[in-house]
Design a protein around this ligand. Structure first.
Ligand code: NDP
Length: 335
């Protein structure tokens, strides 16, 4: 049976779960907002479905929900954050203001987060920058579950890459995509629902193509999207998210002693560009012109449009949730 929950109520419930399982108030608030936003916008692979994974990561001591991130101002356009084995979003919150002021002064800034865990979508991290007039790019690597093109075993994570930019008189333009054929969360959801995967999504434990999500999860692996092209982008995400930040590569960490933990211990890179330093007309006006041209060419769905539409619906009608899921969340908040 399905019901609905108001956004604020969902945030409050998720906050209780995070607090109950050992985060401090700041982290609980940041993660609860993040997870509720995903559910609110129909980004289900990173919504409430992830809560047991967060809890397992916290309960097994894999992640420190009370870590105090340390911000280092290392160059006029470069800051680093050591998340101290905490969540990347809390580290981003700490380094955010410095990164913004550097991008305004230098035209560009890099925020390199290491020693961090990220189990969510990237758009909640970068969309707010575009609302402040900045272009934002982010890369996060994850855990080895994706085979590089022409390879035989998983090296890369599902490695999302996201971009956000301001658009005149419009919502920011945001795309946010896994560089694997699909997000691991969607494979888990398909397995739970008994669905098959689209062709060319993954391989089984013998390296043979399969559309069975269980075979992918149980010893198999995902493929990158777009063959060698997606594989190169995924490799770039490893280099930016891990090699540049000082985080682990997706194949480098061992969480086998933390049964059920789901938060990859890696890094996150954010690049901010102040478009007012660019030549020519204002960027956001040009962005509007491009989108208008795309729509004139027949494009009916822009990246982020589905989320924006679901956000508008849920603002009016509440966030749909099954009674079963709601009961599970309430149990997690006290168990
Ligand atoms: P999708 O393939 O569903 O969507 C990718 C992007 O393309 C979105 O911006 C989406 O917009 C847009 N899009 C989708 N379909 C169309 C279309 N027909 N026309 C135009 N635009 C379209 O996302 P993924 O499954 O690749 O990734 C899902 C999420 O998983 C991402 O948010 C990603 O950050 C997250 N992730 C996180 C990881 C982590 O370790 N933290 C690892 C891997 C993934 P819209 O949102 O409006 O549908």
């Amino acid at each position: 049976m399905s019901t609905t929950i108001a956004y604020a109520e969902l945030v409050g419930l998720l906050e209780k779960i995070f607090l109950r399982h050992g985060t401090d108030r700041v982290v609980a608030s940041i993660l609860a907002e993040n997870c509720a936003m995903c559910e609110r916008d129909g980004a289900y692979s990173h919504g409430i479905f992830r809560m047991p994974g967060y809890v397992a990561s916290l309960n097994t001591g894999w992640v420190d929900g009370r870590a105090t991130p340390e911000v280092e101002d290392v160059a006029p356009s470069f800051c680093r954050v050591d998340a101290r084995n905490g969540f990347a979003q809390a580290a981003l919150a700490r380094g955010r203001d410095l990164a913004i002021s550097k991008s305004r002064q230098a035209g560009i800034s890099v925020l390199a987060i290491r020693n961090s865990h990220h189990l969510s979508a990237l758009w909640p991290d970068i969309e707010p920058f575009a609302r402040e007039g900045l272009i934002a790019i982010s890369a996060v690597n994850s855990f080895a579950c994706t085979v590089p093109f022409d390879g035989k075993s998983a090296v890369f994570g599902t490695n999302p890459f996201a971009f956000a930019a301001p658009v005149e008189n419009s919502e920011p333009m945001v795309f946010d995509l896994a560089t694997s054929a699909m997000a691991n969360g969607d494979v888990q959801i398909a397995a739970r629902k008994g669905h098959t995967l689209p062709p060319d999504s993954g391989v089984d434990g013998d390296g043979k193509p399969t559309n069975d999500p269980r075979a992918v999860l149980d010893g198999g692996a995902l493929l990158t999207f777009g063959g060698y092209k997606g594989s190169s982008i995924s490799m770039m995400v490893e280099l930016l998210g891990a090699a540049l930040t000082g985080g682990h590569f997706s194949f480098e960490f061992d969480w086998s002693g933390h049964q059920g933990a789901q938060t990859p211990h890696t890094g996150q890179l954010i690049i901010l560009i102040d478009p007012s330093y660019g030549a020519g007309e204002a960027f956001d006006r040009r962005a509007h012109g491009l989108i208008t041209a795309m729509q004139a060419a027949g494009v009916s769905r822009l990246p982020g449009q589905r989320r924006a539409e679901i956000r508008a619906q849920t603002a009016q009608n509440g966030i749909p949730i099954t009674e079963e899921d709601l009961a599970s969340l309430r149990t997690l908040a006290i168990a």
